[in-house]
Design a protein around this ligand. Structure first.
Ligand code: PGA
Length: 252
């Protein structure tokens, strides 16, 4: 059994002003300074990354973005490049979140390029996959998610794949208060790992797979004990210092 280091990632989405981000960083840092047995990352809006760099660059808390474009620079109005994220001390970047797929029409081809571009710049991509309610109810969730994993990662070498983090986030569980049962989440994460094994062989045992969708301090423990769940991508519950710090403690 591989020794995968747990990862707890906060996804602030479109929340927090610069001042709010600073206040969070200061307060959170104080509460989790003894946490050395897992990795923590805060994925903030672009506008808050600079202040997180100031407050967290020297800390054990990693900084992440929620999206990026795959080109290093150029005429791409409104986009942010991997180089710019490095400049802001980011080490992680969320790629292909379901909100980007749905509202901003990102497809698997674009997402695959972004994953590759992140790796080329030594950023750790957190690739999000997950089915909607209709697919789940139609019994098609497993096949759909396996397809996403294959399409988004197919071009990578095993040593690149090893550095990817995958977040399984069923769309019907995001922000709804409805978590997948720990059993369903484990079933899907295990299916994802076997899909990865098909692409990269034994390296699949070293790839971290997170669960996301209404994760809170109250349900993190039952998710963390599942054999194929290596952590969580947390939206709403990562916005308050007390709650996110408690979630981290309960995950240990
Ligand atoms: P949630 O969001 O924890 O608020 O459900 C998770 C996510 O979308 O990453």
């Amino acid at each position: 059994m591989a020794n995968r280091r747990p990862l707890l990632a906060g996804n602030w989405k479109m929340h927090k002003t610069i001042q709010e981000a600073r206040d969070f960083a200061v307060g959170f840092q104080e509460k989790v300074q003894d946490v050395t047995d897992l990795d923590m990352v805060i994925c903030a809006p672009f506008t808050a990354l600079s202040v997180l760099k100031e407050e967290l660059e020297e800390s054990i808390i990693h900084i992440g973005a929620q999206n990026m474009y795959y080109q290093p620079k150029g005429a791409f109005t409104g986009e942010i490049s991997p180089l710019m994220l490095l400049d802001l001390a980011c080490t992680y970047v969320i790629i292909g979140h379901s909100e980007r797929r749905e509202y901003f029409k990102e497809d698997d081809e674009l997402i695959a390029r972004k994953v590759k571009a992140a790796l080329d710049m030594s950023l750790t991509p957190i690739l999000c996959v997950g089915e909607n309610l209709a697919l789940r109810e139609g019994g098609k969730a497993l096949g759909f998610v396996r397809g996403q994993v294959e399409k988004d990662l197919m071009e990578l070498t095993p040593s690149e794949l090893q550095k990817v983090v995958i977040a399984y986030e069923p769309i019907w569980a995001i922000g709804t208060g409805k978590t997948a049962s720990a059993r369903d989440a484990q079933e899907m994460c295990s299916a994802i790992r076997s899909t990865l094994a098909g692409i990269a062989g034994s390296v699949a045992q070293e790839i971290r797979i997170l669960y996301g969708g209404s994760v809170k301090s109250g349900n993190i423990a039952e998710l963390m004990v599942q054999p194929d769940i290596d952590g969580a991508l947390v939206g709403g519950a990562s916005l308050e210092v007390e709650e996110f710090a408690q979630l981290i403690q309960n995950a240990r």
